[in-house]
Design a protein around this ligand. Structure first.
Ligand code: ZN
Length: 545
């Protein structure tokens, strides 16, 4: 008998990603695509059959907020993302993308990349243009699909004032716009910003609107890590809406939406109201979220923006001066600060060191700055912070507990929210197993399906899966992914809704989740019986014009 299907999945509960109720059917896969969905498909017509009795079959998850940029040149297996069911990853978030690269500013770029790379690792920057960058990912081959935004940070370094705290000159503005146009021509899905991070923190709303107008010409999106998630969160959400409205971008996305700082908990009512109003006025504003009460970023983000002017070496020099240290402390204690003051939002007891690089500071991974200061006998947390940053060349990451459960659940239920990890493809083994990364790298999707769907019943299974598949596909304009439909790409996750759960913790993050036995990317089974094979069937997805 002639076989019609490469893979046949039988007897599963189909949740198709559109949000409609589940139904039972068989799914046939041929040449990378879903070729048939029917009540009964004959097993003899398939080369390989999976019995999915009592399991859910759904589209592969689309992670709209990833930072796998740095991981990709160091490893193409993306273990922590594949094991949680992610089959398509959008990189280039928070204004941070590895392209474009201006030859004349290669030294600044290399310094920045090394800072974010694991110890001993260095990124070989073989590309310059955005097109060359996407080609380089394709040539290295990947385990799952990759799409990308272009980051304002990269644009400001390539063509703008880089780490200077000033508006770009007219020629610089033209150069930045040229770089954005090239990225959009090459298949970027839009532009991202991270407005608490230098050098982007120095960009005004007007500067961003002018650049976003180029994105709008290509029908692209504006994704933003907003200017403040604490005291200034309402103003920051309003800025995203203003930028989308004035520039004419196809849509706006508020990255990892949260309210940071206990005194502000409850404010998500107002942020979601602003988003709702904007949509009712005809704009398209959405947000993404990961299901944890701690955030995570680089430890230097605790410092006021002026300390970062001129780049990382200048920052380190400033930390050596006792006079400047005093000024930093005064600014960080100022309750009226206009910049994102994470230390005031979370408090020293809730700021934990995630990853360090030197032997001297290895043992503090997982500890709070209060604990470190006390156990090591420093006069206060600032003294510990400054010494740690100097010893480590500022290459330290942290997690900070600043979110409330009520806000997390309210945002999760919002019709405008889709899931994004804010994580990256790391691994329990090899160079990417370094440190204690935020558990969201491993557990975002299974945690929502286990803790928030099964245990707390915050979302229905169908709605949660829509937020992981069909909704992000719609946001990115991917017509043939994110849904289980005949002729769509066969990106598929098969999981057990009774057992699925995350296992990664803050102290022991490098752990795969439970309950996801099969993951299929473009018709190829990459995870089989919960074990990842050697296959690299991923594609680079470029935005169609
Ligand atoms: Zn961010």
């Amino acid at each position: 008998m002639v076989t019609s299907y490469d893979i046949l999945i039988k007897n599963g509960r189909i949740i198709d990603g559109t949000g409609i109720s589940e139904y039972t059917a068989d799914v046939g896969i041929t040449n990378g695509r879903i070729s048939k969905i029917a009540p009964q498909i004959n097993e003899e017509e398939a080369i390989e059959t999976i019995d999915a009795n009592n399991l859910v079959i759904c589209p592969g998850f689309i992670d709209v907020h990833s930072h796998s940029d740095m991981a990709l040149p160091l490893g193409n297996r993306l273990e922590s993302t594949l094991h949680q069911g992610i089959t398509t990853t959008l990189i280039g978030n928070c204004g941070f993308s590895l392209a474009p690269v201006n030859e004349d500013r290669l030294d600044i770029i290399k310094r920045e990349f090394d800072m974010h790379a694991p110890p001993g690792a260095s990124i070989d920057v073989t590309w310059r243009s955005f097109a060359e960058y996407l080609d380089s990912i394709e040539q290295a081959r990947i385990s799952s699909n990759i799409a990308s935004l272009v980051g304002l940070g990269a644009i400001r370094i390539a063509g703008g004032p880089a780490y200077d705290d000033r508006p770009p000159t007219k020629p610089e503005r033209e150069m930045m716009k040229k770089y954005i146009a090239e990225a959009m021509e090459s298949g970027a899905f839009g532009m991202s910003t991270g407005l608490i991070y230098p050098p982007q923190v120095y960009a005004s709303t007007d500067e961003i609107v002018e650049l976003a107008e180029v994105v709008a010409k290509y029908n692209g999106l504006y994704f933003s890590h907003i200017r403040g998630e604490g005291e200034t969160v309402l103003k920051a959400v309003t800025e995203v809406i203003e930028i989308v409205e004035r520039s004419g971008c196809a849509g706006g996305q508020i990255a990892h939406h949260k309210v940071a700082g206990q005194q502000l908990w409850g404010k998500s009512k107002e942020t979601l109201h602003l988003i709702d109003e904007a949509n009712k006025r005809g704009l398209s504003i959405t947000c993404d979220q990961y299901p944890y009460d701690r955030g995570s970023t680089s430890l230097i983000s605790l410092l006021p923006p002026w300390v970062h002017i001129g780049g990382i070496d200048k920052l380190l020099n400033r930390l050596k001066s006792s006079e400047i240290r005093e000024k930093i402390i005064t600014d960080m204690e100022n309750e009226k600060s206009e910049w994102e003051n994470i230390k005031l939002e979370a408090g020293w007891e809730n700021i934990f060191i995630a990853s360090t690089k030197t032997e001297k500071w290895k043992e503090v991974q997982g500890l709070s700055l209060s604990e470190i200061s006390q156990s090591k006998g420093y006069p206060n947390e600032y003294a510990a912070l400054f010494e740690l940053l100097l010893d480590e060349n500022a290459e330290v990451s942290m997690t900070m507990k600043s979110m409330g459960d009520e806000d997390i659940e309210r945002i999760m239920k919002s019709e405008y929210m889709m899931v994004g990890t804010d994580g990256a493809g790391v691994s329990p083994v090899g160079i990417l197993s370094h440190g204690k990364p935020h558990p969201r790298h491993y557990g975002t999707y299974p945690r929502i399906l286990g803790k928030y769907v099964r245990e707390r019943k915050i979302l229905t299974l169908e709605n949660a899966i829509h937020k992981m598949t069909g909704f992000p596909a719609q946001r990115l304009g991917l017509d043939d992914r994110g849904v289980l439909r005949e002729n769509a790409w066969a990106d598929i996750v098969i999981f057990n809704p009774e057992t699925i759960i995350d296992n990664a913790t803050y102290l022991n993050p490098h752990q795969f989740p439970t309950g996801i036995p099969f993951v299929i990317v473009n018709g190829v089974m990459v995870i089989r019986d919960s074990v990842q094979g050697e296959e690299l069937p991923g594609q680079v997805i470029r935005k169609s014009k």
